[in-house]
Design a binder for this molecule. Structure first.
Ligand code: ZN
Length: 78
């Protein structure tokens, strides 16, 4: 997951980054351009499809392992 922070005071938005890095970039922007203003704006979220793909692969592997375990248990039981 990647995040982008939008400035609440001007049209600035941080580059896509991990959450801590994005928040830091927003804080730096506020410190430089809006000193004394409480950071506002909003956060935009983006899926990284590679992450989603890896998640699916892990689930698939787990399902296969479970299936193999079930088959082995069934075979040893008979
Ligand atoms: Zn700004």
């Amino acid at each position: 997951m990647k995040y982008r922070y939008w400035c609440g005071e001007c049209g600035y938005k941080t580059p896509w980054a991990d959450e801590p890095a994005g928040r830091l970039a927003q804080l730096r922007h506020y410190a430089r351009w809006h000193a004394g203003v409480v950071p506002g704006g909003h956060r935009e979220r983006r899926h990284r499809w590679s992450d989603v793909g890896q998640g699916c692969l892990v689930l698939l592997c787990l399902a296969l392992l479970l299936l193999a375990a079930l088959v082995l248990a069934w075979l040893s039981g008979h």
